[in-house]
Design a protein around this ligand. Sequence first.
Ligand code: ATP
Length: 311
Amino acid sequence: MTLITVGFVSVIPNRSVVVRAPGKLNLYLKVGDLREDGYHELSTVFQSVSLADEVTIAEHHELHVRLRGGGAVGVPTDRRNLAWQAAELLAEHVGRDPNVDIAILKSIPVAGGMAGGSTDAAAVLVGLAALWGEELEREELLELAAELGSDVPFCVFGGTAIGTGRGELLTSALARATLHWVLAFSGEGLSTPAVYRELDRLRAAGTQPKATDCDELLRALVSGDVSQVAGLLHNDLQPAALSLRPDLRRTLLAGREAGALAGIIAGSGPTCMFLAEDAHHAVDIAAQLAGAGVCQSVRAAHGPARGARVV
Ligand code: ATP
């Protein structure tokens, strides 16, 4: 421990860690039947991307959560925040008081389908364990993460992975190529439960067939053939998201007109994700999309990125 002497008084500086919390994309998302526990059975291919929140955790006299950044307005900073819940869960698990200040700099759009809240929670699990010097087994960390939410386990480990169950059962997948994405953000979020309800409604009306499996996509990821990957991107939630937000059709069309290899809705939306050939192509598409007036803002990002990590 470093002691700093100020006049005659020795002060112990607040210890802190900074954690990079990447957003995720679903390259493939198949939604199965509604289970008895209220969740849908999922089969998905996740990828972590370079667009990330930054979570700073410092020792404090009580638990405190602060958020800043573009989309942070209106996000709760109390128990309803997933970062808060993660701190309480880990503290209970290791028998400590959750007395930390958590400052989240948001870059991932809120309610944008990129698991912003889940990745902040993953960052708190990883960062707080580091701050307290607690070494958790992989399985232990996965179990805690799954208690917080279906996407949190993937956000801890990152990379590219297949998710089954409600998304929390993970198997690593090999992706040989770096994929360059262009992300079009909407000014207004979409509620994930509302999108699932809309999918159930469309299916009850008999209009939504289910997807085939993701084996071909996994093979394309291994071979690193980006145009093949583009043709195999799939999201079962897309029709439901478009039904709730028909304006997103224009965004998807504009991305394709800007030269994207493919474009789909990211997770439950409303973010639209476009695949580019390489980094230069992504910058070109991003510039054209930004000028098309079909979204609030545009960012280029690449994947796979590592999961939540202390920097
Ligand atoms: P997913 O892709 O996992 O369905 P999402 O990216 O669409 O999630 P989030 O950004 O996680 O959505 O936000 C969903 C809700 O969670 C919002 O209504 C928000 O108020 C709440 N929330 C709780 N904690 C956070 C957090 N740390 N960051 C963002 N939203 C949070």
